[in-house]
Design a protein around this ligand. Structure first.
Ligand SMILES: Cc1cc2nc3c(=O)[nH]c(=O)nc-3n(C[C@H](O)[C@H](O)[C@H](O)COP(=O)(O)OP(=O)(O)OC[C@H]3O[C@@H](n4cnc5c(N)ncnc54)[C@H](O)[C@@H]3O)c2cc1C
Length: 329
């Protein structure tokens, strides 16, 4: 595998990567998918972010809903059916300055390293939500704890929820959640906000929203599959204060403290926004380097949905196929 030059390598096996794999495989490009995932991380898995959730209710074609991991298993089977191949591990370095492109992979399970070469590269490495890093958070992900109000807000009809964060995303999530929740607490570690004035005022003027400032979430209280309260710890002028905020029965904790796009191996090689999201050109999946295409949450900080990531993966595969053809490859 190390010696051959692959026509197309796809980095990442979330909705974008696997949709790109289905299209590239059906176009006879024999794509090789680098699965990603990292055993040292509890939130970075082959299959991407949907592996962290339970019920997905908004992916078309599943009127009864489908569990996130099962949906990704189906994506993968569909790609395999047309001949996509998979290799475990993640790319730890890339050279897209010279052709063919070179990638160094690290399989964190076996702790082995390999090198791959390819003519076209599809970057579908997604973005990782930032987490609070407290113990029950990972266990309760998809069971009361989430990072996506658009995805999971509707599960909290008539319930009380907490949104953590002080940026535009947190304010947007708080406002959005008032459509379902009976009460929305916004917990923010400072008194100042990164959020724009207009977004902040909208939340402040919403009678269902209550702010808990100079507070962080110290602990989550609940059972195996639900949460009933969060323990808040004071910061700054309120340091040393502790408060238990009851949001049961079965309330929600929306962690909205940002996302990190997984594109660091391309720093200095592909054009990126200041936030680290890859730039794509003219509504296509083309990046600043010919032959490198991007799709999904790695270049889209706005929509962040499985269906939009899939659409972007499809675009990337079609763009890659046409580019390879134009190169006579
Ligand atoms: C808790 C939660 C619930 C959600 N619920 C919904 C929902 O109900 N409906 C919905 O539409 N969306 C939902 N989303 C959002 C949705 O999961 C994402 O928008 C979507 O998964 C993005 O797809 P992607 O393929 O771009 O990236 P991801 O799903 O993030 O996949 C990226 C993949 O790339 C891999 N990778 C990263 N770095 C490298 C590297 N260097 N080399 C190789 N591989 C790498 C990762 O391991 C991962 O497998 C949810 C997200 C979360 C976190």
């Amino acid at each position: 595998m190390g010696e051959a030059v692959h026509k197309v390598v796809i980095l990442g096996s979330g909705p974008a990567g696997l949709t790109a794999a289905i299209y590239a495989a059906r176009a006879n490009l024999a794509p090789l998918v680098v699965e990603g995932g990292d055993v040292s991380s509890k939130t970075d898995l082959p299959g991407g972010q949907l592996m962290l959730t339970t019920e997905v209710e908004n992916f078309p074609g599943f009127p009864e809903g489908i569990m996130g991991p099962e949906l990704m298993e189906r994506f993968r089977k569909q790609a395999e059916r047309f001949g996509a191949q998979f290799v475990p591990g993640r790319a730890v370095s890339a050279n897209v300055r010279e052709r063919p492109f070179t990638l160094e992979l690290h399989d964190t399970m076996q702790d082995t390293r390999t090198t791959l070469r390819c003519h076209a590269l599809i970057v579908a490495t997604g973005a990782s939500a930032k987490y609070l890093g407290i113990e029950p958070e990972r266990r309760l992900l998809g069971h009361g704890v989430t990072t996506c109000a658009t995805c999971d807000g509707a599960f909290f009809r008539g319930k009380q929820v907490v949104v953590v964060g002080g940026g535009d995303s947190a304010m947007e999530e708080a406002n959005f959640l008032t459509r379902y929740a009976s009460k929305v607490y916004v917990v923010h570690r400072r008194e100042g906000f990164r959020a724009s004035k207009i977004m902040l005022e909208r939340a402040q003027n919403n009678p269902k929203v209550e702010f808990k400032l100079n507070r962080t979430v110290k602990d989550i209280v609940g059972g195996e599959r639900y949460l009933d309260a969060v323990v808040l710890e004071g910061t700054g002028p309120d340091a040393g204060k502790e408060e238990r905020l009851e949001i049961g029965p079965a309330g929600g904790l929306f962690v909205a403290i940002g996302h990190s796009p997984n594109g660091e191996i391309f720093a200095g090689q592909l054009d990126m926004h200041d936030t680290g999201y890859l730039k794509t050109l003219d509504g296509t999946s083309r990046t600043s380097v010919e032959g490198v295409f991007a799709g999904g949450d790695i270049h889209d900080s706005h929509y962040r949905q499985a269906i939009t990531a899939s659409g972007a993966g499809c675009k990337a595969a079609i763009d890659a196929e046409r580019w390879l053809e134009a190169q006579g490859l």
